[in-house]
Design a protein around this ligand. Structure first.
Ligand code: XMP
Length: 321
């Protein structure tokens, strides 16, 4: 299937919303559909579109895979509930950590997330609910990078030749597949999402796994989560596209309280970008960088080195994994 991109200058937002609602209704008919909400911009906009199209025939699930940021499952569910969308929180932490156990290769980690998400968890939810469709917020850029072989984005299925009906028992509907991030934000705004949602920095489906180099154990995820709290607090007022903390696998020698400490390394990345295809590091003020380093080395256990990425994409990518 060839997907035709809708460029920003060609996007008629009200017409797009109407068309997508009509086609979601036509496809689902009188049945039900399950919806994968992660709380990011793309999945929140998909949720609002599908809610408008299907009302109570849409069953929205937030999968708590244990890989989210601090307090995220509860915040996302509450924010959607405020907009009138009922969301069921599914605890799948054990299943995801079991699938990630022992995996260090980036693409194997991504594959483990995809399999657990679509086969194990959504396979079960679809079967239990009797639904035949899964709605999700895949966008044009996700397809492009996966098909080009750069990174296998967790949500790319049919574009890689996977027949989801055969493999998982349901059909996937992707109403945003022709848009890039700026288009998705415009649709989200028109659908009445709060600015804190439609303008939120992107966050990937595989979540903090993309920010842990090496094995993503519950302990290592917890460490990067604590560093993420610091980075997000300190960079909240910086007008950047996306920012993050990354936990490295290599250790380095540090010194704390006059004693040698063979400690962990956290890398901070902060990106200027339009749509994540190309990106440049934000020229952050030195005092913000220093404050983040001081906080991370005191608030995150065992960290003795904090670095700031100064590489562009390409050749870097936005996430480390
Ligand atoms: P990269 O790291 O490839 O990221 O430069 C480009 C943009 O995509 C996000 N990203 C993902 N989003 N599933 C997603 O939904 C994924 O598997 C995934 N991997 C990366 C990333 O955060 C950035 O905005």
């Amino acid at each position: 299937m060839t997907i035709e991109e809708i460029r920003m200058e060609d996007l008629d937002v009200p017409a797009f919303i109407e068309d997508q609602c009509r086609s979601i209704s036509a496809e689902v008919g009188q049945g039900t559909a399950v919806n994968a909400l992660s709380g990011g911009v793309d999945s929140s906009v998909t949720t609002m579109l599908a809610h408008r199209a299907l009302g109570s025939r849409l069953l929205t699930f937030f999968i708590d895979h244990g890989l989210m940021r601090e307090g995220e499952p509860e915040t996302v569910v509450a924010a959607m509930q405020n907009l009138g969308v009922n969301v069921e929180l599914v605890d799948a932490r054990d299943e995801f950590f079991a699938a990630l156990k022992g995996k260090i290769d980036p693409e194997e980690k991504r594959q483990a997330i995809t399999d657990t998400f679509y086969k194990t968890v959504f396979g079960r939810l679809v079967k239990e609910s009797g639904a035949r469709f899964l709605l999700q917020g895949t966008i044009y850029t996700d397809v492009e990078e996966t098909v080009a072989g750069i990174k296998r984005q967790h949500n790319i299925l049919s574009q890689l030749g996977i027949d989801t009906e055969q493999a998982y028992g349901y059909k996937v509907i992707e109403p945003l597949i022709q848009l890039r991030k700026t288009g998705v934000r415009a649709v989200g705004k028109a659908l009445g999402l709060p600015e804190s949602v439609y303008n939120r920095p992107p966050f990937p489906g595989p979540a903090l796994v993309t920010r842990v180099v090496g094995e993503a154990t519950p302990e290592r995820i917890a460490l990067v989560r604590r560093a993420t709290v610091v980075v997000e607090q300190e960079l909240a007022d910086v007008a950047a596209f996306q920012y993050m903390a990354i936990l490295h696998e290599d250790r380095v020698t540090g010194v704390r309280n006059g004693k040698r400490e063979y400690g962990r390394q956290i890398e901070i990345r902060c990106w200027d970008s339009q749509d994540a295809v190309i990106a440049a590091p934000t020229r952050l003020p030195w005092d913000i960088l220093e404050k983040m380093a001081a906080r991370i080395t005191t608030e995150v256990e065992g960290v003795v080195s904090v670095t700031y990425n100064i590489t562009t994409k390409p050749p870097s990518t936005i996430e480390a994994v």
